[in-house]
Design a protein around this ligand. Structure first.
Ligand SMILES: [Zn+2]
Length: 238
C-alpha cells in the first residue's frame, strides 16, 4: 500500500507494522541521465519489493533530496546538510511509527546518504521510537558492469524503469569527460572534495554498456534482497 495513493482510513486499517521508506537524491548523473536517478531507482525497488512481499507492507513517499553537495558544480543538483538530513529522515521515521508502522526498511539510492542513514536508523532504534534498517541497493547486487556514477549499472536500471529519461545519443559526451574513481587518492587520502575535481561530465565510467536486460536483472535482484530484509525486519524481536 502506497501511503500517498491511499486515504487515512486505509492507513488506519492497514494490517501491518512494516513500512518501506525510499530515500534518494536530486543530483547530476552525467549529461545523459536525469537528476532524479537516485530516488527513482529507490522508488522502483521499493515498489517491486512491496509487490513481491507476501504480506502487507506500507510504502512511504520518497525523500528526494539528500546529501549531495559534492555535486554542486553541476547545475540542478540539490542538497541538504547532514544535520538536516538526519533530522528530517528521523522525523519521517518517527511519524511512520506514530501511525503504527514502526518497523521500517529504508531503501537508499545514493551513496552520499549512507553514513547519515546508518546513524539515524541506529538512533531511532536505540531510542525505541522505531526499528529502522538502511538498505543501499547497489551495495547488495552484483553486476559484471562497473557501478561508477551515472555509469552502466544506474543507467541500466533507468533503462528498465524509465527509458524515455535516458538520452542515449549523449553517451559519447558522458564517456569523454568521465572519471574512473570516486576521488583523487594519494597515500590512501582523498585530495578531492567535489566531484568536478575528478570528472568533467559528471560521470564515473562510460554508460554505453548499459542495457534494459541488465537493468531488469538488477532491479529483480535488488527487490529480492529487499524482500529478504523485509522478512527479517518483520520477524525481529523488539
Ligand atoms: Zn546515483
Amino acid at each position: 500500500m502506497h501511503l500517498a495513493a491511499n486515504s487515512w482510513t486505509d492507513a488506519r486499517d492497514a494490517d501491518t507494522d512494516l513500512a518501506i521508506l525510499p530515500v534518494g537524491s536530486t543530483e547530476q548523473h552525467g549529461p545523459h541521465a536525469p537528476l532524479g536517478v537516485d530516488f527513482m531507482t529507490a522508488e522502483a525497488i521499493a515498489a517491486q519489493a512491496a509487490q513481491s512481499y507476501d504480506d502487507e507492507v506500507v510504502v512511504a513517499p520518497s525523500v528526494p533530496v539528500g546529501i549531495a553537495e559534492e555535486h554542486r558544480a553541476f547545475d540542478g543538483t540539490l542538497w541538504v546538510t547532514e544535520d538536516s538530513f538526519r533530522d528530517y529522515v528521523g522525523d519521517v521515521l518517527r511519524s511512520l511509527a506514530h501511525s503504527g508502522f514502526d518497523r521500517v526498511v529504508v531503501v537508499n539510492g545514493h551513496g552520499g546518504n549512507t553514513d547519515a542513514l546508518a546513524e539515524i536508523c541506529m538512533r531511532v532504534s536505540r531510542d525505541g521510537d522505531c526499528y529502522a534498517v538502511p538498505f543501499t541497493w547497489f551495495d547488495v547486487v552484483d553486476s559484471e558492469l562497473p557501478l561508477g556514477h551515472g555509469g552502466p549499472v544506474e543507467t541500466s536500471v533507468m533503462l528498465a524503469i524509465a527509458p524515455q529519461l535516458i538520452q542515449q545519443d549523449r553517451y559519447p559526451e558522458a564517456a569523454e569527460g568521465a572519471g574512473d574513481s570516486f576521488g583523487e587518492f594519494v597515500a590512501g587520502a582523498n585530495l578531492a572534495y567535489d566531484f568536478d575535481e575528478f570528472s568533467g561530465s559528471g560521470n564515473l565510467q562510460d554508460p554505453t554498456p548499459a542495457s534494459v536486460s541488465e537493468g531488469e536483472r538488477l532491479l529483480e535482484a535488488a527487490a529480492e534482497s529487499c524482500v529478504e530484509l523485509l522478512e527479517a525486519v518483520a520477524e525481529r524481536e523488539r
